[in-house]
Write a protein that binds this ligand. Structure first.
Ligand code: FES
Length: 316
């Protein structure tokens, strides 16, 4: 855990603020790579993940961008309303679950709305490396698009394409942009679920292969829980068995028996709670594992995922 101070807060667009974080003790912050995020412990006790969007070689500060989401469960609203320059926060070291591929020689970056934050960091890194890339940034309107000035003034501005819903002539022609899949061309997408689905579905329809597709979700897509049933989990180490009723998660039930699983997002996005499954078939509800990883059924996210079989044996 690192103690930081909010050194600056800027309005980057309608309902989007950036927060510049510096270490309280003035020391350099841990290094990070493009696509990394940090956990931010908010004043109200919530923990939320935010991508770092400053240049990945900077060590004197971290920059995060936060959308004030009307559907916020407290995290983004808390930041917008309570966190000002001078506020002290606790953050984790950076973690990267959305790295640039070392196999790729060319890169296509797609950002929807606040999904620009990790993508911006990737663009900075790729530009510095002299890599071959394009950045497509989609937003509802110019006033809702953060960091546009930074992109326009960047050395790679000619590789940035802005697409605004309010200007249909700028619409992203995804099928055209994704028309030439190749093993050395990789795609990275971050943004709202519908936007990401559109980009990924279009890529797959154009023949893109899964290893070339990289995504980071920042919110889970709502799941219909109406048909949820109960199941049981068994801890391999002790043999204890716990019933998981329809209205409680595995994490909640185990926690109530004093068995702590580390959690953060509690909605299947961050992967913090990832747990190995030794027997049984999980019903995956996370956005963290790839389709191929989910199909292996050897791990699941107990904060939100459930079970297709009456019993799951967990490596706990
Ligand atoms: Fe984030 Fe479970 S706590 S995936």
């Amino acid at each position: 855990m690192i103690e930081v101070l909010v050194a600056a807060r800027r309005e980057e667009a309608l309902d989007i603020c950036s927060y510049e974080l510096r270490r309280v003790d003035g020391q350099p912050l841990p290094a990070f790579t493009a696509g990394a995020h940090i956990d931010v412990h908010l004043p109200d006790g919530l923990v939320r993940q935010y991508s770092l969007c400053n240049h990945p070689e900077e060590r004197h500060r971290y920059l995060i961008g936060v959308l004030k989401d009307p559907a916020s469960r407290g995290g983004s609203r808390g930041l917008h309303e309570q966190v000002q320059p001078g506020t002290r926060l606790t953050i984790s070291e950076p973690r990267n679950l959305f790295p640039l591929s070392s196999q790729a020689r060319r890169h296509l970056l797609f950002a929807g709305g606040i999904g620009i934050t990790p993508i911006l960091c990737m663009a900075e890194h790729l530009a510095q490396d002299g890599a071959d890339f394009q950045l497509h940034y989609c937003a509802r309107s110019l006033d809702r698009a953060a960091f546009v000035e930074r992109l326009r003034r960047s050395a790679y501005a000619d590789r940035v394409f802005l697409h605004f819903d309010e200007a249909p002539e700028t619409a992203l022609q995804a099928a055209q942009v994704l028309a030439m899949p190749d093993d050395d061309l990789h795609l990275y997408v971050c943004g709202p679920g519908g936007f990401m689905q559109h980009v990924l579905d279009t890529a797959k329809a154009q023949g893109w292969q899964e290893p070339c597709l990289h995504r980071e979700y920042f919110a889970a897509t709502p799941v219909d829980t109406g048909d949820d049933g109960s199941f049981a989990v068994k801890l391999a180490s002790s043999g204890q068995v716990f019933d998981i009723p329809a209205d409680r998660s595995v994490v909640q039930v185990l926690e109530s028996h004093g068995i702590e699983i580390p959690i953060s997002c509690e909605q299947g996005v961050c992967g913090t709670c990832l747990t190995r499954v030794l027997e049984g078939v999980p019903e995956h509800r996370d956005m963290f594992l790839t389709e191929a990883e989910q199909a292996c059924n050897d791990q699941f996210t107990p904060c939100c995922s459930r079970s297709k079989t009456p019993l799951l044996v967990l490596d706990l």
